[in-house]
Write a protein that binds this ligand. Structure first.
Ligand SMILES: Cc1cc2nc3c(=O)[nH]c(=O)nc-3n(C[C@H](O)[C@H](O)[C@H](O)COP(=O)(O)OP(=O)(O)OC[C@H]3O[C@@H](n4cnc5c(N)ncnc54)[C@H](O)[C@@H]3O)c2cc1C
Ligand SMILES: *[C@@H]1O[C@H](CO)[C@@H](O)[C@H](O)[C@H]1NC(C)=O
Ligand SMILES: *[C@@H]1O[C@H](CO)[C@@H](O)[C@H](O)[C@H]1NC(C)=O
Ligand SMILES: *[C@@H]1O[C@H](CO)[C@@H](O)[C@H](O)[C@H]1NC(C)=O
Ligand SMILES: *[C@@H]1O[C@H](CO)[C@@H](O)[C@H](O)[C@H]1NC(C)=O
Length: 589
């Protein structure tokens, strides 16, 4: 999860708040981040990217044109025309928040079908407690519309800007070991998908899948390769209240506590600051609706931030990287975490101030946020911290889940690495440390195989793909240890390329998924070179070339895959000896 490193003091936050109030008072129109699709002539000759403006391997993706259907019927006729001429197709969402290049159609002339205008709530059934929405509806809309009807999606990602189609596509989740767990796909009871079909069926077909249809296990987490999801019906609950308290502890017994903690609190999660040897435990449970409290959680890192501030923060980080200023990074990391901690990470009693824990409020005002989506339109005075149109955050994310049965051992291995090099992970603490969330085994073919903890690790990325980063070796060792020693499963909407290499072998129903893919899209029109690679249908997720390990395009096997001229050579890991990492030699780290 990306984070604004709040340098120096709380003042910046206050400034940001003032700015937003000013904008509101001045009645200046507010609008979200940039569009992922840009076309040179109206809706044709396009490029497509993600909300960060860069894929992990920095590919630039092109498409012939983009269309914006407003109904399922329109999607059917668009798809029918495209199938007839066997065009490559991808569904693109309003903001395109996934990091990997899932959104890229092959070649130059692919078709992009945008769900930007498929954004209506279709139906709410209070008896069944279900809600049916079009696939381009954002999480923010979904949460708000459900709440108006007295309903709640119990577990969800923490960021408003995702669409239901996209978040299902990559298996997005919140944090819980209760009920069916925190993955949104496990609350899908019905879906409508428009897929390619034979000429005699008019080249396009609408599939309606409910829980009694096994294909739903593929469709509810599909990487977008089955067709256009047009509608989704989710099982909801009555709206409820929660009580949240963050408690900071040292991390010595984290490995021992982590499983019990997750079972004890319904919405538990953890921010781990491994170099500070600290952990923020989120104690978060349901409370009866008559308990008083009107808490609101606008997570600080997802708030609108002054571009000028972001630019200063980025410059400081770049300077620290180039001067190898570990001390500076550790000092700033402490500042960031203590600032976030003392401001309760953005949690407030009422939307304005925080006076102390616990904060109690309605679920829909606590479960997820993203006020930076309302940043000022064209001026870019404020923005989401990672908006590529300004000089701001630029990072990699390594995110994977590790089964509860072995997670203690993984945590202890990371702690061993830190004890050998205590300051090595200050850099990721600038991004609020390692975010740990609980996820349960799923019936989705690409879902979690066992109950697990998802780890989100966010860290500095240089604008220069050939530049190594501080403690590159430690970050790489953690990544490879998770994957190859602990058989971690990736978050499909994040990560660098190497994480997906051979990953399908870890899914017991991977073969079932591929069968369903062939049934719905026999010509592979919704597939691309990238999806074929990650699904194990062709090689090439990782590519060996100069400097490839620096951006996670490969695991190094020769020095040239690192940055030998800058002193980074390919070496074995320190704890996980099978790892091959780019380590700095000669000089002390
Ligand atoms: C700030 C931020 C916070 C995040 N927080 C979380 C979090 O808390 N938990 C979590 O799990 N993840 C989180 N993520 C990751 C996020 O869940 C995924 O990247 C998600 O897939 C993005 O959704 P999107 O709507 O932007 O979809 P996109 O990235 O645009 O699309 C994802 C895939 O789904 C396909 N797709 C989209 N819509 C359809 C459709 N209608 N029919 C067929 N295919 C479709 C696309 O083609 C693509 O393959 C976060 C990301 C960001 C940027
Ligand atoms: C397509 O766009 C590119 C720039 O993105 C431009 O160089 C090229 O001339 C355009 N082609 C057509 C046919 O418009
Ligand atoms: C609502 O759900 C109930 C129970 O499943 C069902 O009987 C009823 O027909 C549904 N109503 C509508 C309008 O779909
Ligand atoms: C699921 O779909 C099948 C076939 O379309 C239908 O017969 C059945 O009644 C549906 N089940 C539910 C629970 O809606
Ligand atoms: C809430 O309601 C329950 C009964 O529904 C009651 O027992 C309890 O005392 C009430 N609590 C408060 C804080 O009003």
């Amino acid at each position: 999860m990306p984070i604004i490193p709040v340098l120096y003091s709380n003042k910046f936050n206050e400034l940001v708040l003032l700015k937003c109030l000013f904008l509101l008072v001045a009645l200046v129109g507010c609008s979200p981040p940039g569009e992922p699709v840009k076309c040179s002539t109206k809706d044709s000759n396009c490029t497509v990217t993600n909300s960060y403006g860069a894929f992990p391997d920095r590919t630039v993706c092109r498409a012939g044109n983009v269309v914006y259907p407003i109904s399922e019927q329109e999607s059917v006729s668009i798809l029918s025309a495209a199938t007839e001429v066997q065009r490559k197709i991808k569904v693109v969402t309003h903001f395109s928040h996934s990091i990997p290049k899932l959104v890229c159609p092959d070649g130059q002339d692919g078709l992009l079908i945008s769900t930007k205008n498929l954004n209506r709530v279709v139906k709410i059934n209070l008896t069944a407690m279900t809600m049916t929405v079009e696939s381009g509806v954002t999480l923010r809309q979904l949460i708000n519309e459900a709440a108006k009807a007295g309903l709640a999606l119990p577990y969800a990602p923490y960021w408003w800007g995702l669409t239901i189609g996209g978040l299902l596509g990559t298996g997005a989740h919140g944090s819980s070991l209760w009920e069916k767990g925190s993955s949104v796909h496990d609350y899908v009871v019905e879906m409508r998908i428009v897929s390619p079909a034979k000429a005699e069926d008019g080249y396009a077909k609408v599939w309606v899948l409910n829980e009694s249809d096994k294909d739903l296990n593929a469709a509810k987490f599909s990487l977008g390769v089955l067709g256009v999801i047009s509608q989704v019906t989710l099982k909801l609950q009555s709206l409820f209240k929660r009580s949240i308290t963050y408690v900071m502890k040292d991390d010595t017994d984290l490995g021992d506590k982590v499983v019990t903690f997750g079972k004890l609190h319904e919405f538990a999660d953890i921010f781990w600051y491994p170099s500070q040897r600290k952990v923020a435990y989120r104690i978060d449970d349901r409370v009866p609706v008559n308990v008083s409290g009107s808490g609101v959680y606008y997570f600080t890192p997802f708030r609108s931030t002054l571009s000028s501030v972001l630019s200063v923060i980025r410059s400081v980080e770049e300077t620290q990287e180039s001067l190898r200023d570990t001390e500076g990074k550790c000092l700033n990391a402490k500042l960031v975490t203590s600032t976030l901690q003392s401001s309760a990470y953005g949690l407030t009693d009422n939307g304005v101030i925080f006076t102390g824990y616990p904060v109690i409020g309605f679920h829909h005002r606590l479960q997820s946020s993203g006020t930076c989506l309302d940043s000022h339109k064209d001026s870019l005075i404020t923005a989401c911290p990672w908006d590529p149109r300004i000089k701001g955050e630029f990072f990699h994310q390594t995110t994977f889940s590790i089964d509860l049965s072995v997670v203690k051992s993984f945590i202890q291995d990371v702690q061993k690495l830190v004890s050998m090099d205590p300051k090595s992970l200050c850099g990721l603490e600038l991004y609020n440390g390692i975010v740990m969330r609980y996820v349960k085994a799923s019936t989705a073919y690409l879902g979690k195989q066992e109950d697990a903890i998802a780890f989100d690790i966010t860290y500095y990325r240089s604008k220069d793909p050939m530049a190594p980063r501080l403690y590159q070796d430690v970050l790489e060792e953690i990544e490879q240890m998770a994957l190859f020693k602990y058989n971690a499963l990736p978050h499909w909407g994040k990560n660098r390329n190497l994480v997906f290499d051979g990953v399908m072998k870890r899914y017991k129903n991977g073969g079932e998924f591929l069968k369903v893919k062939n049934k719905y899209d026999p010509w592979g029109l919704f597939s691309s070179e990238w999806t074929d690679q990650v699904l194990g249908l062709r090689n090439g997720v990782t590519v060996l070339k100069e400097g490839c390990a620096l951006e996670g395009v490969c695991v190094c096997s020769q020095d040239v895959h690192c940055a030998p001229r800058k002193g980074y050579l390919c070496k074995p890991g320190k704890i996980f000896l099978d790892a091959r990492v780019c380590a700095r030699v000669n000089t002390k780290n």
